[in-house]
Every structure is written in structure tokens, then in C-alpha cells.
Design a protein around this ligand. Structure first.
Ligand code: AMP
Ligand code: MG
Length: 490
């Protein structure tokens, strides 16, 4: 029988000293709950084999597949603004890397596979609810076109884990372009280990920005590329109403993928101040603050690269890095506006578009209009029926003039109505993982019923296509759902 995985482990091979080789804990009764069949196939992995007893042992970290080089990555990070010099994979392992069907290198990583030397006081475990949340939200983001890590499988360990009560222990096997984080760079920079830092930066460049390999000024370019990728990523989040919840620097991936879904959520009512995480008491990671925090995180990345940007002249390094960082707001704004134009069904870039978008958002905030439904119903306006859109606003005297301006703006482009509405319906999802539906699915799963999880997954993996029978997945939470809080995914 051929091996389930064909590994090619560049991190283990090329970055010795930047990680700790480690293996997972034995799970009492490994059981694969769900396999992401499409993703497995993309990786050249037989999904059926993943579901065997052997697959279950590998996917929980209980056993190490041939060719794997499991390791715990070292990283540091600013958590809620405070620096921790040592975090690292405290309950995770990089199992190895595979080359996917498109020739792209992808990490296979286990989260919840037991204690490592980076565990500090933690138990090294994960529980089913947060594992399935990460599965759901990652798949939703992928279907929405947002760069993201993705779940390959969710498995039970057969062990109860203590989290304010006993919860089923679980492991998420996830796939990422890499697990290089801003915090990985901070780890070596803060220890003054410049040679390792350079090795890491060259590795990151070769893996994510290969055209920069060996070029002069490549470390400054690395900063610029990462800033640009983050600008585009955060703009996508904001245009979908996504709140990451824990934008610590250890949760910022160099690849520009969304990573580490913990207390994340999609907003229902539009509110720039929306916060869902129980531990974000000051709103540091509020919906509308995400671009600012992204720039703050990138400033920490820039600091960690200074010795590489100009080893001889720190003032010159600071000047160059600052210039690169200062581009972020314009790049973010441009990416965001491009996204909003698509949501509004506007093809050309005309003066006044920014005000048109911002004025709509201000009216939505005033009416606490449902973010997803409001944008989705705008294509009905273009089709000539305003009722569904207007109904979302309390102040009709204010939304009607806006509709007048919008109508006038659309006439400045000669586009057939059906082409415009089709484009809008590809930019404005109908199904997102609504918080109450996510909670319902996770609660049922904890009680052994995966049917709500499966149906929700089906809805959110075709987010733009209205389907009969899925009406409940398009609606905001009922009033009795109350304010939503998510707890850190531990
Ligand atoms: P996170 O909040 O998942 O981004 O994790 C932040 C840091 O805490 C990382 O270093 C994790 O590895 C570590 N960590 C989180 N949960 C646990 C746990 N249950 N056991 C050990 N380490 C953990
Ligand atoms: Mg994390």
C-alpha cells in the first residue's frame, strides 16, 4: 500500500535550530469525524485512506506517518499589545509539507495534538466546538474568495478535556501556504539572533515571494509584499463583515492567509464597533479597527526586520521601513474601495464613489441594518425593486436620497442590468456562517449530532447562490439569540 502522504519537508530540512522536533500525544480512541474531500484531492491525498484507523492515528498525532518530520515551531508575539518573547506551537505540530496538484507547497498541521516544549501552563489539547468552528469559518472564507488556511479533517481523540466542564477532545488537521507568522520573525529578532532571522527571511522569500530571491533590498521588499497582502486581506474581511477577534502578531501569517480562527464572527447588524470576543474588553480588535491594528502589527514586523533591511545604518533602516509602512493606509483604502465598488455593482472608478459608499455605511450603522442582507438586496434595486432594500432602513427620508444618487451613478455606466446584477450577486454573499447557526451546529455536534454542521457547511460553501431550503441560513439571528460572544478557541 502506498503511503497516505508524500511529504517534502523544507522547514525541517532548511531551518534546523528554528524549531523543536516533536511528536504528538497518544489519543485513547482516534476517530475521524469529517474529511475535507475536495481539499484532500487537491493535495493528492486519498480521502478514503484518511478515514481509516491508520489515517485517524496520523490525523490526531497519535502516530507519525512515514516521511513526516513533525515539529513545534518557535514564535513570539504581541498579544493584545503586550509582547511575549516565547509563545510557539504549544498544542500544535507541523506534520510536514506536501506539494499540491498545482505544484504549490502546503503545510499539514495538527492543532490539539498534545503538549510540546512551548505549552507553558497549557494542556496541549483542543476541543470539538472550536475545532469545528475553525473548519466552518475557514471553508466559508475560502468559498468567499478570501485567502485562508483550511481544514483537512476534524477528529476526536476519545478523551474528555477540561474546559469549564468536560468537553470532547479533538484535533484539527489544517492546511496552510505556510505557518510563518509575524511572531516567528519577532522570536529571533527579539533574541538578537540575526543569522537565524536572515535564514528565516530568505526561507519566507523563497517560499512566498520567489521572484525576490537573492535580490538586493529583498528584506525591505519582503516587508512591502507582506504589507500589500495584508492590506488586501483586511479589505476583504471588512467587505464581508468578518471580525477575526484576535489579531495578535502571532496570528498574522506572512502568506497573507487568514489564520487561527478563535473567537471570530461575522457581523449581523452593521456596527463598526462590533466586538465578539469575550477577551477583547477594550475593543482593540473591533470590526472597524482591523485596518489600524493590521498596520500596528505590520509595524512590529518592520521592527523585526530592521537589522536585515540595513545592517550598518539603523536610522536608514527605520526610514526605509517607515516609508514602506506608510503606504499601508492608501493600499488598504484602494483595496477596500475596489471591493465596495464590486459590492455596489460599479465598474468604473469615478470621483464620488467613496462618499457614496461611506454614506450608505453611515445609514446602515444608524439603522443597524443587516450587513450581508443589505448588500445582497441592492441587486434587487438595480433590477427595479427597492422594497427589500428600503425595508432595512429606519430613516426612509435619508435612504431615499441615497437611492437617488445611486441610481444616477449607475446610469453613468453603460452596462446591461443583468450583467451588473450578476456581478453584484457574485460579490455579495447570501449565506455566511451566521453566529446563531454556528452555535447551533457546534452545540449539536458536541451532543453527537453532526447534521446541522453538515447542512451549514453546505450552505456556506456555495455562498453566492440562492438555494431553496436554505432560507434560514440567510436570515439574521432571531431577537431571542441575544448579544453574541465567542470565547477564545482553546
Ligand atoms: P492562540 O490563542 O490559539 O493563538 O494561541 C496563543 C498561544 O497559546 C500559542 O503559543 C499556543 O500554542 C498557546 N496555546 C493555546 N492554547 C493552548 C493549550 N491548550 N495548551 C498549550 N498551549 C496553548
Ligand atoms: Mg494563534
Amino acid at each position: 500500500m502506498s503511503a497516505i502522504f508524500t511529504f517534502d519537508n523544507s522547514y525541517a530540512r532548511e531551518l534546523e535550530g528554528l524549531y523543536l522536533p516533536w511528536t504528538g500525544a497518544k489519543a485513547p480512541a482516534p476517530q475521524v469525524l469529517r474529511v475535507n474531500v475536495g481539499l484532500a484531492e487537491e493535495l493528492g491525498i486519498d480521502p478514503v485512506e484518511l478515514k481509516t484507523a491508520e489515517g485517524a492515528a496520523f490525523l490526531t498525532g497519535s502516530d507519525t506517518p512515514e516521511g513526516a518530520a513533525p515539529l513545534a515551531m518557535a514564535y513570539a508575539g504581541h498579544q493584545f499589545g503586550g509582547f511575549s518573547a516565547q509563545l510557539g506551537d504549544g498544542r500544535a505540530l507541523l506534520l510536514g509539507e506536501v506539494i499540491d496538484r498545482n505544484g504549490k507547497r502546503r503545510d499539514i498541521h495538527l492543532k490539539g495534538s498534545g503538549r510540546t516544549p512551548f505549552s507553558r501552563g497549557g494542556d496541549g489539547k483542543a476541543v470539538l466546538g472550536p475545532v469545528l468552528r475553525e473548519y466552518l469559518i475557514g471553508e466559508a472564507m475560502h468559498a468567499l474568495g478570501v485567502p485562508t488556511t483550511r481544514a483537512l479533517a476534524a477528529s476526536l481523540t476519545g478523551e474528555m478535556v477540561w474546559r469549564e466542564g468536560g468537553k470532547p477532545g479533538a484535533v484539527l488537521a489544517r492546511v496552510a501556504s505556510s505557518h510563518l507568522r509575524v511572531g516567528t520573525f519577532q522570536f529571533f529578532a527579539s533574541r538578537g539572533e540575526t543569522d537565524r532571522l536572515r535564514q528565516l527571511a530568505d526561507y519566507a522569500i523563497a517560499r512566498h515571494f520567489p521572484d525576490l530571491t537573492g535580490s538586493e533590498g529583498r528584506y525591505l521588499q519582503l516587508l512591502t509584499r507582506v504589507c500589500d497582502a495584508q492590506a488586501r486581506l483586511i479589505a476583504q474581511w471588512v467587505n464581508l463583515g468578518f471580525v477575526h477577534g484576535v489579531m495578535n502578531t502571532d496570528n498574522v501569517a506572512i502568506s497573507g492567509e487568514t489564520i487561527d480562527y478563535g473567537p471570530c464572527a461575522f457581523i449581523d447588524a452593521y456596527d463598526p464597533k462590533a466586538v465578539f470576543s469575550s477577551i477583547d474588553r477594550n475593543g482593540r480588535y473591533a470590526y472597524g479597527n482591523q485596518p489600524n491594528i493590521a498596520q500596528w502589527n505590520l509595524a512590529r514586523f518592520a521592527e523585526s526586520l530592521l537589522d536585515l533591511i540595513d545592517p550598518e545604518d539603523s536610522d536608514a533602516a527605520i526610514a526605509k521601513a517607515t516609508e514602506a509602512l506608510n503606504q499601508f493606509p492608501q493600499h488598504y483604502q484602494a483595496a477596500w474601495l475596489k471591493g465596495v465598488r464590486a459590492k455596489l455593482g460599479l465598474m468604473k472608478d469615478l470621483p464620488g464613489d467613496l462618499d457614496l459608499a461611506n454614506d450608505l455605511l453611515a445609514l446602515m450603522a444608524e439603522s443597524r441594518a443587516d450587513f450581508t442582507q443589505t448588500f445582497r438586496s441592492l441587486s434587487d434595486v438595480v433590477r427595479g425593486s427597492e422594497a427589500a432594500f428600503r425595508d432595512r432602513f429606519l430613516d426612509l427620508a435619508a435612504i431615499d436620497p441615497w437611492l437617488g444618487r445611486y441610481g444616477e451613478r449607475t446610469t453613468r455606466e453603460d452596462i446591461p442590468t443583468n450583467a451588473r446584477t450578476a456581478a453584484m450577486d457574485r460579490a455579495n454573499p447570501i449565506y455566511i456562517p451566521r453566529n446563531h447557526k454556528v452555535e447551533e451546529a457546534l452545540e449539536a455536534a458536541e451532543n453527537g449530532n453532526l447534521a446541522p454542521f453538515d447542512t451549514l457547511l453546505e450552505a456556506i460553501t456555495s455562498p453566492f447562490e440562492a438555494r431553496e431550503g436554505f432560507e434560514a441560513y440567510a436570515a439574521p439571528a432571531p431577537d431571542d439569540f441575544g448579544p453574541y460572544t465567542t470565547y477564545c478557541g482553546t
